[in-house]
Design a protein around this ligand. Structure first.
Ligand code: ATP
Ligand code: MG
Length: 588
């Protein structure tokens, strides 16, 4: 109980200071339903003006972008209303939980830009107190030890249309229950021999209230409490009480817990706790073309369908971080999708749109050639090198310029040359002139091909020295502008191109989601060339490769010194197109 008091006092002190300020704060123009509830509670002084939320992950896997929504919501609300948000590990199931997950969760929350000061809590810290609460329920004849098997309990539970049946052990005397429960704790029974159940109502229309299990025997060591316990509390019991102990005011969770709310309230009411938080449910985030459940993500990892939790194709926070996403883009995305009461699926292109918007503002531009085609500039002196000015970011003049080398042998992209150009193809073809970005106009004068296969091996071009910088003063027009690198200066790199992890918007469509994995979700190009300014690019740094997309240096780069880039996202913005079409529609 002391822990509880301390924590509440701590929060209270903090909150009193800001309470006044909150009450004077005007409500923002449009607030979601959760913020409306909080504003109302502040007005009525329901929790003494406090706002205390928590983010309560179970450390049984890595966090995903759905969790990011919950993190932004809980930490965001605390920040907006001058409250606090606790990081609480909901570690009540020792079978599936590990320290590795705890560490990754902390890293991810921090990376998203949120902090919890010293408020790092664990449900397992409360095991003693939770045990006391359980005994309290037994003494009040509100809980009993059931000795039915798991199967029998299931059979007795009934269905949505049929009431459940009471267990023959339901009316054990209080003393017998206490004795059995204490012996459960002392390790006197085998797993599954007994459980502790709340005595509520086997005929309730809400199945959650049909005498839910509160404690079960699990003879496994816990990653924090070791062998101290062989009985562990169930989620529904531990969660509401952990919230209460920490003095949480608004316990925000996802919709699937709506039917657990009466149970949440039942425990708190029966135990007459001092602090009774309000549970509020919102719709979880679902994204198209991916799955969003730790269980399924674990299946992908364990089945080697991906290379670990931080595979850049994964919707995990560690995966998208490695892929090159920015925390700012994710926070903007979370703001945009908002919170609602109805479940829906968000189009993944909206996430990508938020990312492009952010990277467009700050990613330095560079040139990289992914599929090489050699170009020899016949009229350029063989040992000459010119350094040309190139802007680092047209969106941000303060990013300055850099110098890029031009010389006699260059590489351009294979797809930027066509021997027989179709209509509207404005790039290079025999006899055609194009602009090399930041450099010169070049004209293709000869094509060298493999005699047997007919494959284009290299192009010969001439350049016009009068077009330095990529402009001509005589007003002649060139339609195509190509990116390129200088063969003598460019740096070798591997580039990993990613596509959606699944081929269907709803990967569950048609049964097993693993059947819908996209076999082309990764393509590795190992012989790419990037401009020399990238030679010392460090892990995690992000760039826009002109005309290609946004890329980020992969941590694998440090393994053998080869630069490896992950394509974060292409330049094409499907969402912007959808939006534009919608706007045009609404104008007609
Ligand atoms: P999963 O179903 O992916 O395994 P979970 O709900 O079991 O997730 P928890 O660790 O229990 O994962 O979740 C911590 C918090 O994150 C909970 O409050 C949960 O409601 C929230 N959360 C989980 N998934 C989503 C999601 N897709 N969108 C929004 N919030 C989510
Ligand atoms: Mg869960």
């Amino acid at each position: 109980m002391q822990v509880q008091k301390d924590k509440m006092n701590e929060n209270q002190l903090k909150n009193n200071e800001i309470k006044e300020e909150n009450l004077q704060k005007e409500a923002p123009q449009s607030v979601d339903f959760i913020r409306s509830i909080i504003i109302e509670d502040l007005k009525t002084n329901k929790y003494g003006g406090r706002v205390a939320t928590r983010f309560p992950p179970e450390p049984n896997g890595y966090l995903h972008i759905g969790h990011a929504k919950s993190i932004c919501l809980n930490f965001g609300i605390a920040a907006e209303f001058g409250g606090t948000c606790n990081l609480r590990f909901d570690d009540t199931n020792p079978c599936k939980e590990e320290m590795e997950y705890v560490e990754s969760i902390k890293e991810d929350v921090r990376w998203l830009g949120f902090g919890w000061e010293n408020r790092e809590y664990y449900a397992s810290d409360y095991f003693d107190q939770l045990y006391e609460y359980a005994e309290q329920l037994i003494k009040d004849n509100k809980a009993y030890v059931d000795s039915l098997s798991a199967d029998e309990i299931r059979e007795h539970r009934g269905t949505l249309t049929e009431p459940g049946r009471e267990s023959p052990y339901r009316n054990r005397p209080v003393e017998e229950n206490l004795d059995l429960f204490r012996r459960m704790r002392a390790g006197k029974f085998k797993e599954g021999e007994h459980v502790l159940r709340a005595k509520i109502d086997m005929a309730s229309a809400n199945i959650n209230l049909r005498d839910p299990t509160i404690y079960r025997i699990r003879k496994v060591a816990h990653h924090r409490t070791g062998d101290k316990w062989c009985i562990y509390p169930m989620y529904d019991f531990a969660h509401c009480l952990s919230d209460s102990i920490e003095g949480i005011t608004h316990s925000i969770c996802t919709l699937e817990f709506e039917n657990n709310r009466p149970l949440y309230d039942w425990f708190l009411n029966e135990l007459k706790v001092e602090n009774h938080p309000q549970q509020i449910e919102f719709a979880r985030l679902n994204l198209s073309y991916t799955v969003m459940s730790k269980r399924k993500l674990l299946e992908l990892v364990e089945g080697n369908h991906v290379c670990g939790w931080d595979d850049p194709r994964m919707p995990t926070i560690s995966g998208i971080r490695r892929r090159g996403y920015t925390p700012e883009a994710i926070r903007t995305f979370a703001d945009r999708i908002g919170v609602a009461k109805a479940n829906s699926v968000v189009d993944i292109v909206l996430l990508e749109h938020s990312l492009r918007e952010d990277l467009n503002k700050r990613a330095p531009r560079r040139m990289a050639v992914l599929q090489l085609l050699k170009v020899v500039i016949d009229n350029y002196p063989e040992d000459k090198v010119e350094w040309l000015d190139a802007e680092n970011n047209p969106e941000d003049p303060s990013a300055g310029t850099r110098q890029i080398p031009f010389s006699t042998v260059l590489y351009i992209e294979q797809e930027d040359f066509r021997e027989n150009p179709p209509k509207k193809y404005f790039r290079l073809s025999p006899g055609r002139e194009v602009r090399l970005k930041y450099a010169f106009y070049i004209k293709c004068v000869d094509v060298v091909k493999d005699a047997q296969t007919g494959k284009v091996l290299e192009l010969h071009c001439t350049y016009d020295p009068e077009t330095r910088g990529g402009w001509s003063s005589d007003g002649r027009m060139v339609k195509g502008t190509l990116h390129w690198v200088s063969a003598a200066h460019a740096v070798k790199a591997e580039v990993r191109l990613y596509d959606n992890l699944f081929t269907k918007p709803d990967p569950e469509d048609g049964g097993d989601f693993k059947q819908n994995l996209n076999p082309k979700s990764i393509e590795v190009l190992s012989d790419c060339l990037v401009e020399s300014a990238l030679a010392n690019a460090t892990t995690g740094s992000r760039y826009q490769f002109l005309r290609q997309g946004y890329f980020c240096v992969d941590p694998d780069s440090t393994k053998d010194g080869t630069l490896i880039f992950n394509r974060t996202v292409t330049l094409r913005d499907t969402w912007a197109k959808i939006e534009k079409a919608q706007k045009e529609d609404s104008h007609t």
